[in-house]
Ligand binder design. Structure first.
Ligand code: MRU
Length: 365
């Protein structure tokens, strides 16, 4: 995608061929800047502090983090230590574990004699794969938008929550990829962007990237979605996911579940768009089994923004001294999910639906 007309990804190998550059998402939309990751500690820190965020991007950053770690210590113990350090950064997005397991398995193969080179190669491959996967999700998901337009003959209104666009992946994104593909093909589409408290990924990141791409959009306070659905102003909801069970329960940014409930009550189709690397095939009951990240209270009691004079400041918005809780994700049960948009097509949100697209993960009879 583009920022100010310049094509960019969210993560890339720097010109020195060793360090890694990422877009610093803690400063968007007010400042477009990059951060250089030169060590395992830098990569772990970037994920933990949300300089990079979004399930697919967390996975690819972890892969590059392991490559950086190999320059420091390429022994078996070095791999285990790096995997543990990176896996501990954020608990919900399973793409992190998926990427680390894949890297560790490849690096410990007996035929690998240069672990540093192999790690950089595989991390780059995973970044390219993520782009192709998200693009395929976009192609499949765009059929829903096109069909809605053919049915109604008017602009299709898509509601999304949090940021599951290209900033959450290497490029294209998951939930927003169908929007970009449809928009680029000339299908009139408008996006309702949930602001997504407490960190405002919708208002800050989704609105930024849609604006950069010229996609019509409107930011909504988080509590407004139900109201606009009741008034027929949403044709479909598309969200991303950080972990989806084999049975189709979808964990995504806190507040997603409430949107799915409102969608069901109003007959609005509710889709989750995600790559296979987001599916945790070991899990069945998302509410009971998916670990939900609990973040610090300061994200709820304080807000960061830009003053009219251009300074970026953080202000307290809550009554001083009141405690705050901050669960970062919630689980939308499969029964509320109309379908799951993947790189292989759109599946029913059920064990059978997902297994039909990914038979290699179906339990053997
Ligand atoms: O806490 P974040 O910003 O990492 O949460 C991101 C989300 O919840 C996204 O919707 C999800 O990772 C899907 S990203 C394509």
């Amino acid at each position: 995608m583009n920022i100010d007309g310049r094509p960019t990804r969210t993560i890339w190998l720097a010109d020195d061929g060793a360090t890694v550059e990422v877009i610093d998402q803690t400063r968007l939309p007010h400042r477009v800047s990059t951060k250089r990751l030169a060590s395992l500690a830098d990569a772990a820190d970037a994920i933990r502090t949300m300089v990079v965020r979004g399930a697919p991007l967390i996975g690819v950053t972890a892969a590059y983090g392991l490559a950086l770690a190999m320059r420091e210590d390429a022994s078996d113990e070095g791999i285990s230590r790096a995997v543990e350090t990176l896996a501990a950064t954020r608990p919900t997005a399973v793409n992190l574990r998926w990427a680390l397991d894949r890297m560790a398995a490849a690096l410990t193969r007996p035929e690998v004699n240069d672990r540093v080179a192999a790690a950089y190669r595989l991390a780059a491959e995973m970044a390219d794969e993520d782009v192709a996967t998200c693009r395929a999700i976009g192609e499949h998901g765009a059929t829903l938008i096109r069909d809605a337009h053919d049915r109604t003959g008017r602009t299709v209104n898509v509601l999304t929550h949090c940021n599951a666009g290209w900033l959450a992946a290497v490029d294209w994104g998951t939930a927003l990829a169908p929007v970009y593909v449809a928009h680029d093909a000339g299908v009139p589409v408008h996006v309702w962007v949930d602001e997504t408290r407490p960190r405002n990924q919708g208002a800050a990141l989704t609105a930024f990237e849609l604006g950069q791409h010229g996609v019509p959009h409107t930011i909504l306070a988080d509590n407004a979605g139900g109201h606009i659905m009741q008034h027929g102003r949403v044709d479909l909801c598309i969200v991303g996911s950080d972990r989806t069970t084999a049975s189709g329960d979808v964990a995504n940014k806190i507040g997603t579940y409430l949107k799915a409930l409102a969608a069901r009550d109003n007959g609005v189709p509710f889709y989750a768009a995600l790559p296979a690397s987001t599916i945790d095939w070991r899990l069945d009951d998302g509410v009971a089994e998916i670990p939900i990240e609990e973040r610090g209270p300061r994200e709820v009691t304080h807000m960061t923004g830009r003053t009219e004079t251009g300074d970026i400041v953080t202000v307290e918005i809550a009554s001083p001294g009141s405690p705050a809780a901050n669960p970062a994700f919630d689980v939308t049960p499969a029964r509320l999910v109309t379908g799951i948009i993947t790189e292989r097509g759109i599946a029913a949100a059920s064990r059978e639906g997902l297994a039909s697209l990914f038979p290699e993960h179906a339990p053997r009879p």
